[in-house]
Ligand binder design. Structure first.
Ligand SMILES: Nc1ncnc2c1ncn2[C@@H]1O[C@H](COP(=O)(O)OP(=O)(O)O)[C@@H](O)[C@H]1O
Ligand SMILES: [Mg+2]
Length: 367
């Protein structure tokens, strides 16, 4: 740990074993329904969230992905208690937000940091002044404030910009100030709503690295909301896919992106991961390659391709790769390879049978 990290970690919950904390629920939404009056057709209530169940564990980075209008920001406002669900419950730590009055909710909110797309920095204050602001509001004395602001700016890599004003900073730097400010009061939970949507890919990477480090070093639970798949891939442990106010799929980022179950997830992934050739690609491949076509899904399994090559060779089947791609999610491989097979039909069948017996995930692509 660096000096800055030690300074920031004291008093936070990061000192406990992370493995043990992982199993604890930090935020839980049960059967949450949120309707806005008069927004639907003919003035009927508009349903923004429909029967949402989410269980966010202490110490994890939980991603919520969905297109614009899916209900992501509404979900964030339910977690920080700025909105109440029409029905269902929202729990943060030991508190049932739906059962609290506004004053008690405000207390819970003090343990939640917020990071916004538009940074929301004070233009008239310096970088240090922006980070110091929540500490001032919390009544932290001057000397302690200065120490913490220095540690926070060091943590986000902006100590040398302490006396600059926000307008002198790039978008990525502004967002790092936003993160330092959000972390100032040592919240156990950080809500990050489209924090990188206004940034280019390079600065997005810097901001995401800071968030990841805050999670790892300070133990803060992070809920990150985005419409960008790459953001989820880069930082999230688990993910929920929100579509039209409903969670259509959730699980570990690897499982969800390596084997999407819902059509909406597959669409979000699109061609980024080349998880499967599209129908149009397959039609083209079938016209061009008249032999048997099979795809295998890449699994996180050592020697998979060597094994596949050996089985084909043993059965005297010639296998040519005609399509495919391998990418990474959470540093584990995902993707697929499509082969055109040539050989005795019985030998091809035997080879495919042998691969299946070895647990290779095979898809026959001929109609
Ligand atoms: N305060 C509100 N009053 C009426 N409708 C709202 C309100 N907030 C959000 N909505 C509607 O709920 C839907 C989801 O919005 P939002 O949660 O902002 O989606 P996202 O953040 O995924 O883009 C949208 O159709 C939006 O117009
Ligand atoms: Mg939004």
């Amino acid at each position: 740990m660096t000096v800055a990290e030690e300074e920031l970690a004291t008093g936070s919950e990061s000192s406990g074993g992370q493995a043990q904390e992982q199993a604890q629920t930090h935020v839980r939404l049960e059967h949450v329904h949120k309707a806005f009056p008069g927004k639907g057709r003919r003035g009927t209530p508009f349903t923004a969230l429909d029967d949402v169940d989410v269980d966010i564990r202490r110490g994890e980075v939980f991603g919520i992905i969905g297109q614009s209008g899916a209900g992501k920001s509404t979900l964030v406002r339910l977690i920080n208690g700025l909105e109440s669900p029409t029905s269902g419950t929202v729990r943060v730590g030991d508190h049932d937000l739906t059962a609290l009055d506004e004053r008690s909710r405000r207390k819970v909110r003090r343990d939640i940091g917020m990071v916004f797309q538009q940074f929301n920095l004070f233009r008239s204050r310096t970088v240090a002044g922006n980070v110091a602001y929540p500490l001032k509001v919390a009544g932290v004395d001057r000397a302690e404030r200065d120490r913490r602001v220095a540690a926070l700016l060091d943590f986000v890599g902006l100590l040398d910009r302490a006396h600059d004003h926000p307008e002198q900073l790039s978008g990525g730097q502004k967002q790092r100030v936003g993160i330092a400010r959000a972390l100032a009061t040592e919240p156990a939970l950080l809500l990050v709503d489209e924090a990188t949507s206004a940034l280019d890919p390079q600065t997005t990477g810097e901001v995401l690295a800071v968030l990841r480090r805050a999670n790892r070093k300070l133990g803060v639970t992070i809920v990150i909301i985005t419409h960008e798949l790459d953001v989820i891939r880069a930082v999230a442990d688990r993910v929920a896919v929100l579509h039209g106010g409903r969670i259509v799929e959730q699980g570990s980022v690897y499982d969800v992106f390596a084997r999407p179950q819902a059509e909406e997830t597959a669409r979000l992934i699109g061609t980024t991961l080349r998880e499967r050739p599209s129908e149009a690609t397959l039609a083209r491949l079938r016209r061009k390659h008249t032999g048997r076509i099979v795809s295998i899904r890449i699994q996180d399994r050592a020697g998979l391709q060597t094994e596949v090559a050996r089985v084909f060779a043993d059965h005297e089947v010639a296998a040519e790769i005609i399509f495919g791609g391998i990418g990474e999610v959470q540093e584990r491989p995902v993707g697929s390879l499509t082969f055109e097979l040539a050989g005795e039909p019985a030998a091809v069948d035997a080879a495919l049978g042998a691969l299946r017996a070895e647990g290779v995930d095979l898809i026959e692509e001929n109609p």
